[in-house]
Design a protein around this ligand. Structure first.
Ligand code: NI
Length: 136
């Protein structure tokens, strides 16, 4: 089994809050991230795919195909978007990096499987210090 990865970047705004809580409770848990005027991050998304080497190409998966899938199915929907309001697959969900990573997995796994390999990991870096990894 060989692992390949592709890195993409996007910028997006969000607000972290629980609509069932009071403003005080939201501020206590989410701090500055509960700011009702939103705030932004420059995210880095790293998608890792595993598979066997294709004897006809020497590739696990053509990285150009992987790039196109990530760009079209994920980046185009979240880049310069408000994750709380603009993104169909985030509607009604917490706009956290954890939830975003899970949703990216659901979108990307079937498309990658069509290329005869398997999605292994979604790594989503929200800041240089904070990151989430999801293995499905
Ligand atoms: Ni934030």
């Amino acid at each position: 089994m060989i692992y390949i990865e592709r890195k993409e970047r996007f910028s997006a705004a969000h607000q972290l809050y629980n609509p069932n809580w009071s403003e005080e409770q939201n501020d206590a848990v989410f701090g500055k991230c509960a700011n009702k005027n939103f705030h932004g991050h420059n995210f880095t998304l790293i998608v890792t795919v595993k598979g066997e080497i294709d004897p006809d190409t020497g590739f696990v998966m053509n990285l150009v195909d992987l790039k196109k899938i990530i760009q079209k199915e994920v980046i185009a929907k979240v880049d310069h978007a408000n994750l709380n309001h603009d993104v169909d697959f985030m509607r009604g969900k917490f706009a956290s990096t954890e939830v975003l990573a899970e949703e990216f997995w659901k979108i990307l796994a079937p498309s990658i499987a069509k290329h005869g390999c398997e999605l292994h990991r979604i790594r989503l870096e929200e800041t240089i210090n904070n990151a989430v990894e999801y293995f499905g």
